[in-house]
Ligand binder design. Structure first.
Ligand code: FES
Ligand code: FES
Length: 176
C-alpha cells in the first residue's frame, strides 16, 4: 500500500495559492474538469469541496490516519498528501466509485453486518483499503489483512469487528 506522499506535502509552501489552469481527472470512471483551483489544493480538498464527493474523510490531513484513502492509478494513497494537480489525467477512485452501480457493495454491507462501523469516520478509508487488498489477494490471511489495514486508524472499534468484516467478505465471495 502506498502511504507516502506522492508529491510534496499538499498545501505547503508560499506559492500554494497560485491559480492553476483547468485540468482533468478521471474520477470514478468519468472525466471531470477541475476549474478555478489553486496549485496547493490537495486531492482530498478537490474531491470533497470541488467534486462534491464527501466520502473520503479528513481526519488528520497529515497522512497518518488513512481516512482519506482513495485509489490513484490503481494504488491506495492518502488523498490529503497528494497535490490534486499531480493527479491530472490520472484515474482516481473514491469510496463512492467502488461499486459501478453506485449501490452499497459487499465490503460495505459486511462492515455493517459485523458491527464494524461506530462513528464511521475511518470506514470509507478502510473500505477502500479492503477493496484494494482483496482485489489483489482474495485469500489474504489474518496477518496480511492486519498489515494491509495498518495505515488506517480507528479510534472506536478496537479493530476486532473490522477484521471480522473482512473475514465475512472473504467467506461470502468464496461461497459465490
Ligand atoms: S486525513 Fe489523510 S491520512 Fe488522515
Ligand atoms: S468507527 Fe470511529 S474511528 Fe473507526
Amino acid at each position: 500500500m502506498l502511504r507516502e506522499a506522492v508529491s510534496s506535502e499538499a498545501g505547503a509552501g508560499a506559492g500554494a495559492f497560485e491559480p492553476v489552469d483547468p485540468y482533468s481527472i478521471i474520477l470514478n470512471g468519468t472525466e471531470r474538469v477541475v476549474e478555478g483551483s489553486w496549485i496547493g489544493e490537495s486531492l482530498l480538498y478537490v474531491l470533497r469541496e470541488r467534486m462534491g464527493l464527501p466520502g473520503s474523510k479528513n481526519a488528520c490531513e497529515q497522512g497518518e490516519c488513512g481516512s482519506c484513502s482513495v485509489m490513484l492509478d490503481g494504488e491506495v494513497v492518502c488523498a490529503c498528501c497528494v497535490l490534486a494537480v499531480d493527479a491530472a489525467d490520472s484515474e482516481v477512485t473514491t469510496v463512492e466509485g467502488l461499486n459501478a452501480s453506485g449501490l452499497v457493495d459487499d465490503i460495505q454491507s459486511c462492515f455493517v453486518e459485523a458491527g464494524a462501523v461506530q462513528c464511521g469516520f475511518c470506514t470509507p478509508g478502510l473500505v477502500v483499503a479492503v477493496h484494494d487488498l482483496l482485489g489483489r489477494r482474495p485469500d489474504a490471511g489474518s496477518l496480511e489483512v492486519r498489515e494491509a489495514l495498518s495505515g488506517n486508524l480507528c479510534r472506536c472499534t478496537g479493530y476486532g469487528r473490522i477484521l471480522e468484516a473482512v473475514r465475512l467478505v472473504q467467506e461470502k465471495r468464496e461461497d459465490g
